[in-house]
Write a protein that binds this ligand. Sequence first.
Ligand code: ADP
Ligand code: MG
Length: 435
Amino acid sequence: MAVTHMTEPHTGDDEPLLSVRNLTKHYPITDGLLATDVGRVRAVDGIDLDVYPGETVGIVGESGCGKSTAARSLLRLEEPTAGTVVFDGEDITAFDTSALKRFRRRAQLLFQDSDSSFDPRMNVGDAIAEPLTVQGMRERTRRREIVTDLLDRVGLSAADADRYPHELSGGQQQRVALARALSVNPELLIADEPTAALDVSVQSEILALLDDLHATVGLSILLISHDLGVIRQLCDRVAVMYIGEIVERGSVEDVFTNPQHPYTRALVASIPTTDPRERGTAVELTGDVPSPSNPPSGCRFHTRCPELIQPDGYDFDQRTWRRIMDLRQHLADGTVDIETICHQSVMDHDDDTGPDQRSETEPTAKLREEFALPEQLEDARADSILESALDCLVAGDPGRAADLLATEFATPCEQHAPTLEATDAGQDASCLRHD
Ligand code: ADP
Ligand code: MG
């Protein structure tokens, strides 16, 4: 079974409530007075997603992967660059203003930072009733009844209606924001990092509340979080997002117990564990998400992937291989400060020996140390190419160094994204196939 295919596994033959295809949001990068278009930030780069009635679907990924942009674009709070969003059978990308207004009632957004979305002069009751007022509900007593009921549903008391947002704790504010979102009886709630600003204990209360609403009201939820623990607690299915793309999707059970994409594996492995037997087995997920204005070629995760495929004929220790490729990346990014490193090397040398014993290889040894590379690679051929590249660097020719490394140490991951295959063979099995 291919994990990346478009139609998602889902039991039951009902139609999705929300069906997103090829959703794309690019921001232009402009330069100069004439605002010339010089590139694009590919914040969301062609994603597919379905949410079925009554389902809780998660989008997970590190900060900067495009999750919030996806949420805003699919609600048309920002105009998507491309793609279709079908809600209850209708294409919302074709909606006019009034149809869009009706849609926004049926699909509500809950943010991380509800504090900033409240009018500080409006009390809690009025804030919750505001969408009803906007809808044209004139009867004050009816609104009050609804507010009282909503406060109860989100675990607050009727008396809280007279309080003001600044008097509330973060958790209480999030409950009020939820009550307000629910006031218009939405079918879909898009919760974007709804608990990220809260203490852990309060976080689980809010998640439990969402779970409860999902069960009792039959609300469909699209839950966006960088926190796999949050996703695991609440979601039926999950899509894993990396630099504007969905790299893997499936049931939470499958994705968490048998992740197929190396990015998912790295995310899952980075979940803090209290089980000492599981510690130390984690693959490292280091560095930041690269900018979507210039996404890496091939598999977008290749610049950080701990499972990067090696060229034919090599069998490096995987960590060493990663570091060789990190050096290549630093050269490509122009972030190697060769002068400082070489200067440091001379200083170190002066410290422990006399200047007479200075040897020719010192600066390259320092470079190896700097990039956490072994003093010598086991493979003699690889080592001599690495050494030549380091020599070029020391000689002030980073371009040639980069070329040498790129020719010898190429990975198919630079060219192609992996095709994911579900395997029964467990985590050690290679699930990657490059076409
Ligand atoms: P996430 O919610 O996963 O943290 P975002 O959707 O906020 O990610 O951002 C994804 C990427 O898009 C980031 O690199 C961010 O800097 C960029 N981005 C978001 N909004 C804009 C914008 N209005 N203009 C340009 N770039 C943007
Ligand atoms: Mg976000």
